[in-house]
Design a binder for this molecule. Structure first.
Ligand SMILES: O=C(O)CCC(=O)C(=O)O
Ligand SMILES: [Fe+2]
Length: 437
């Protein structure tokens, strides 16, 4: 075995204070990248090419889990004594205004900010994104109605177990986004409740190829178990209209962002356009119930959603202004070489964007898919009394390319020689979803 030349890492933008040696930043499961990390000295070593050629999707999912496990090992939640919070990594804010202009250099400037974020933290927040306040308020209001106004029986009728594509309602113990958490005692069950929906032609009325949409498994959507499941309109009349309005806007923003991602990779701006004509776009309503001081007694935190990376190309996350989302930044000298959980900043009016695994593997690890989780933490009020955590609602939108598209490696000039097997996005995402139950 010899040292792998991770040439794509050499093109990274200059290191910031918190960053660590390049090889330690590698977040692609090593067996996927045809390299394996020696966990004692973090050296990367080449594996024979035959290994990657024969790696099945299931092997890849397994390798992903191993990498998740090793990256979580020894994680800390507080900076070491004497280290200021401000010295630690955070999530950059990118103002998208200029990205909507007709001026290519202005768009390129935003693209380079995106590249900087994607090659370092893998997370950024966006302002002036053109999603309307009405669309945002309405979908968050409908999330509240869904989780509080439907009875357990009405929610159960929409349960994901009736659906082959994980659409519909799920509660804390039904899925574990980190499969290692899927063996909880009663008190460790995740607190989240969710409702999942995906692309359907009626949600993308302006696309000429919307009706060509195929599902995660490559088949056209078909009722009753291979399509979206909507609550009865007589129970929640404004629900589907609010989802449809938000979906149309977020889809358009995701396509716009993909053009900026193309520019950020020094590709033609339209590079991904033909691949996102009827794309995978899974939306989720999530509710994390408040936790009382008693529920949080003696706990540093209660898990809302386990530590994970997302599966698709990138995620656009809307949430209420309640804390909970935490991001795992890689080890650095400042953290005594331990990975550290940092809260995602609360910046009202912004959306949070993070690179997900499919784009990470497609870019040969250049763009980082970063581990994150949602937790409820006890806190003190201004009188110093322990109070519980408030409820949090969020709406992630997981954006993929067309599930029927044959995925070619990205140009070598952009990301180096591809070291991953070509997979269709749908088959990859479906296998990741299957691992959560
Ligand atoms: O609820 C959140 O803030 C994050 C949700 C998330 O990470 C996910 O659903 O993948
Ligand atoms: Fe996530």
């Amino acid at each position: 075995m010899e040292s792998a030349s991770l040439d794509f890492l050499a093109r990274r933008t200059p290191k910031q204070a918190y960053q660590i040696p390049d090889t330690d930043c590698l977040v692609v499961p090593e067996s996927i990248l045809n390299v394996r990390k020696d966990t004692t000295n973090w050296k990367t070593v080449t594996m024979p090419h035959s290994t990657v050629d024969t790696l099945s999707i299931l092997d890849e999912v397994k390798a992903n889990q191993e990498t998740l496990r090793s990256r979580l090992a020894g994680a800390i939640s507080e900076p070491p004594p004497g280290v200021a919070e401000s010295a630690l990594p955070s999530v950059p804010l990118i103002d998208l205004s200029k990205s909507f202009s007709n001026d290519l250099p202005a768009r390129q400037e935003i693209a380079s900010q995106i590249r900087e974020a994607c090659t370092t933290s893998g997370f950024f927040q966006i302002s002036n994104h053109q999603i309307t306040e009405t669309a945002i308020n309405d979908i968050l209001k409908q999330a509240e109605h869904f989780f509080h106004d439907l009875t357990p029986t009405q929610k159960d009728a929409l349960h994901i177990r009736h659906n082959k594509l994980f659409r519909g309602y799920e509660a804390g113990a039904d899925t574990y986004v980190n499969p290692d958490d899927n063996n909880p005692t009663e008190t460790e069950i995740e607190t989240k409740e969710g409702y999942n929906f995906g692309y359907e032609p009626s949600l993308d009325p302006t696309s000429p190829t919307a009706t060509s949409y195929v599902e995660l498994d490559g088949q056209p959507p078909s009722p009753p178990s291979r399509c979206n499941v909507w609550p009865d309109p007589s129970l929640l009349p404004a629900f589907k209209p609010a989802i449809a309005t938000y979906y149309a806007q977020i889809l358009s923003l995701a396509r716009h962002l993909f053009r900026l991602f193309a520019l950020s990779l020094n590709l033609e701006e339209s590079y991904f356009d033909a691949l996102t004509t009827h794309p995978g776009g899974i939306g989720r309503l999530l509710y994390y119930p408040p936790q009382s001081p008693t529920q949080l007694a003696h706990k540093t935190h209660k898990l809302g959603l386990g530590a994970h990376t997302d599966y698709e190309c990138f995620t656009l996350l809307l949430s209420t202004s309640h804390p909970g989302l935490e991001i795992l930044f890689p080890p650095s000298e400042l953290t005594n070489n331990k990975p550290i959980w940092r809260p995602c900043p609360i910046r009202p009016g912004t959306l949070t964007v993070n690179v997900a695994d499919f784009l990470m593997r497609w870019t040969n690890g250049l763009y980082k898919s970063t581990i994150h989780r949602v937790v409820s933490r006890p806190c003190r009020n201004e009188r110093g009394e322990m109070v519980g955590s408030e409820a949090r609602y969020s709406v992630p939108f997981f954006f993929s390319i067309n599930y029927d598209a044959d995925v070619e490696p990205l140009p070598e000039g952009a990301v180096g020689v591809s070291r991953v097997k070509n997979l269709r996005a749908g088959e990859y995402v479906l296998e990741r979803l299957r691992a959560t139950v």
